[in-house]
Design a protein around this ligand. Structure first.
Ligand code: GDP
Length: 196
């Protein structure tokens, strides 16, 4: 099968709601704590090494980045959260922009919340999950699965699933090192983006 995610190319960045691209078509957004592995996951999905900047300095990416797959389908990289050095003013800015985007965007078909599998769902992730509740389909992506044994990965997936309290929300694991779990991530994205 042709990997349509490989076609991803950078479209634009937004700091304000007014800078978002027009609200039509299909979008999937990626959120997560800084350093959870969000950029690496997007690069793995799109099979591009440098589409998203990965960084050892958490909290550096503070923009909403849109990547086009075709005229009507986009991947959206949201700013990472939970980085202590971000000012209160900036945190308030993103709280407002992101909650408005996540709760009101018509094109948004689902949110992938990237979580370090060793850490599991944190309070900050849970806050986001609770805010969206039944308003948006969620998928928890437990990354860096190569850091744990197969048994530990299975139990982390089950634990996360039991924390979700909603059968519409799903969980899978991913390692960008050995690419285990990439098929499941791709399948979820294809479903949400209504790929033929
Ligand atoms: P972001 O801040 O959420 O975008 O996180 P990054 O994608 O920049 O990743 C943070 C760190 O985790 C980097 O050092 C990555 O190399 C590392 N990382 C990300 N995904 C994986 C993975 O699947 N396995 C391993 N071992 N390391 C990973």
């Amino acid at each position: 099968m042709i990997n349509s995610f490989r076609n991803a190319n950078f479209r634009t960045s937004a700091f304000e709601l007014s800078q978002l691209i027009p609200d039509h078509g299909f979008e999937i957004a990626f959120a997560g704590r800084s350093n959870a592995g969000k950029s690496s996951a997007i690069n793995c999905l799109t099979d591009q090494k440098t589409l998203c900047k990965t960084s050892k300095t958490p909290g550096r990416t503070q923009l909403i980045n849109f990547f086009s797959l075709d005229d009507s389908r986009h991947l959206v990289d949201l700013p990472g959260y939970g980085y202590a050095k971000v000012s209160k003013k900036m945190r308030d800015h993103w709280d407002l922009v992101l909650s408005t985007y996540l709760l009101h965007r018509k094109a948004l078909k689902g949110l992938i919340i990237v979580v370090d599998i060793r850490r599991g769902i944190t309070e900050l992730d849970q806050g986001l999950i609770d805010m969206l509740a039944d308003n948006l389909p969620l998928h928890i992506l437990l990354t860096k699965s190569d850091k744990l044994s197969k048994t530990a990965v299975r139990s982390a997936v089950m634990r996360a699933q039991s924390q979700l309290n909603n059968e519409l929300h799903t969980v899978s694991s991913l390692s960008v090192i050995n690419r285990h779990g990439l098929d499941q991530l791709e399948a979820k994205c294809r479903e949400w983006l209504a790929f033929p």
